[in-house]
Design a protein around this ligand. Structure first.
Ligand code: 5AD
Ligand code: SF4
Length: 465
């Protein structure tokens, strides 16, 4: 009787929000909502917002300006559009959103989206609703699982949230305030979610959270398990061929995690380990609670466990008080650590965080110049890494048809997109590919059909070596 109700979720920010957006869709499916790719024909529009840097939250207000016009136009046609704002901006400034954008019907935080059906009913009844409390119940216990069909449609890779929140309180960061205290999901809940994904054809799982290596979820033995223990358990799930985890903190690289990189073939040799700065003075002011030396020691331990490992990182330039010498320390660390990729940002003061009130804020033009210099260095190292892949045989997980007919596209262990000529039937398979060329955005290669099964070349070895 009820025609499909269309739902558009616009996700900003990190993978955590991508995951949350999917779970919101799953939670609203039993209410008759189906996903649509554009706001124009949606009955319900959710903005899943990000608060990590200033620009991210400004985007939300400009998007709300556009949506106001859309809502007014729909109303003239006698159609009603419900607009909801979720995520970290909602958590941080919920009431402010309702004040600045009164056409918003509903505001909810990252810990409350399991209540969406009830909140929508409340907004309909009262005109507006807001829920940004940190609830006592665990939202994961109340979320609807996606159907097998929905999971299949999402492809052969998937995210699984294993922990949320953060207790580290880096002085620049809003996460401890918007996502709340660190909390880990129990091992068997994660196992069950991963098994369900594997049954629906997922081959690669990325464990996500703000600080995944602080994981300490309850194991089936009643004890608290580390991320290392969890990875060993997940590696046993049939069908799961690749595991990744992100994001990690350098302080929480413990021995059991290092051991997984030595022991688990399915754990990909590519790690995102944010360092933020290469200067001990700045690291201390950031309250990172590690030194440059500690960081380099952590990556050395990982490298000795898995020589093929490559690292990416996050960097902030222009943190309050960052002088030219400090910036040079960051540049030299990038070279010394040999990062193959990275995300870099100009420091952006976030209201309520200690660094926002520090003296010696760095002028915008200096931040811009440092950012450009740093990004050029990372890009050079990235290009060198891609060039070094040429001639190597790398395992590729094929994910989708390629750009041109007869091509398929997948990813290397290092997340580099790889294009080859091959049949669609290989989608979902992991196949050794000899890399023949490196373009600006993708690697190109040919399928190396020999010895697919057991005797795969170790990742460090180049073809023919
Ligand atoms: N300003 C600039 N960058 C920031 N990040 C977090 N907070 C800020 C901020 N206030 C960056 C860090 C972090 C990444 C997710 O975002 O590098 O690792
Ligand atoms: Fe933010 Fe990461 Fe620091 Fe936690 S560890 S406060 S999430 S930057």
């Amino acid at each position: 009787m009820n025609g499909a109700r269309k739902l558009f979720v616009n996700s900003y920010g990190c993978q955590m929000n991508v995951y949350d957006s999917r779970r919101m869709m799953d939670t609203l499916a039993p209410e008759g909502f189906v996903e649509t790719g554009s706001a124009d024909d949606a009955e319900l529009i959710i903005l899943n917002t990000c608060h990590i840097r200033e620009k991210a939250s400004e985007k939300v207000y400009s998007e709300l300006g556009r949506l106001r016009l859309l809502k007014q136009a729909a109303e003239r046609e006698g159609r009603n559009i419900t607009i909801a704002v979720g995520g970290c901006v909602a958590q941080a400034e919920g009431r402010e959103i309702l004040r600045r954008a009164p056409m918003v019907d509903l505001v909810f935080g990252p810990q409350n989206y399991h209540r969406l059906p009830e909140l929508l009913a409340r907004a309909k009844r009262d005109g507006q609703a807001i829920d940004t409390d940190f609830p006592v119940e665990d939202k994961f216990d109340h979320l609807t699982a996606p159907s097998v069909a929905a999971t299949r449609a999402r492809g052969v890779t998937a995210f699984v949230t294993i922990q949320e929140g953060c207790d580290k309180f880096c002085t620049f960061c809003v996460v401890p305030y918007t996502r709340g205290a660190e909390s880990s999901r129990p091992v068997m809940k994660i196992v069950a979610e991963t098994e369900r994904l594997a049954d629906a054809g997922v081959r690669e799982i990325t464990l996500i959270g703000q600080n995944v290596n602080a994981y300490h979820g309850e194991g089936p033995d009643g004890r608290s398990w580390t991320l290392g223990q969890l990875l060993y358990r997940l590696a046993d799930i049939p069908g799961i061929a690749r595991l990744r985890y992100t994001t990690s903190h350098p302080r929480d690289v413990d021995d059991s995690l290092v051991a997984t990189h030595r022991d688990l073939r399915s754990l990909m040799p590519y790690l995102h380990l944010p360092v933020q700065s290469g200067s001990d003075r700045v690291l201390a002011a950031m309250n990172r609670r590690h030194t440059r030396r500690d960081y380099l020691a952590a990556i050395e331990r990982l490298r000795s466990a898995q020589p093929a490992i490559a690292f990416s990182s996050d960097f902030i330039v222009g943190f309050p008080g960052e002088g030219d010498d400090d910036f040079r320390d960051t540049m030299s660390l990038i070279e010394e650590a040999g990062f193959v990729s990275g995300f870099s940002f100009k420091y952006s003061p976030r209201p309520g965080t200690p660094a926002a009130d520090m003296d010696e804020q760095v002028p915008e033009d200096i931040k811009s110049a440092r950012l450009a210099e740093l990004q050029a260095l990372i890009e050079r190292q990235h290009a060198r890494f891609r060039r070094d892949c040429v001639g190597r045989t790398l395992d590729v997980l094929f994910e989708k048809p390629g750009r041109h007919p007869g091509q398929i596209a997948g990813r290397s262990p290092y997340l580099e997109p790889v294009q080859v000529s091959g049949p669609d039937t290989l989608i979902g398979e992991i196949v050794p590919v000899t890399i023949t060329a490196a373009g600006p955005n993708s690697l190109f290669g040919t399928i190396a059909r020999s010895n697919i099964a057991e005797d795969r070349m170790p990742l460090t070895q180049t073809a023919g070596a």
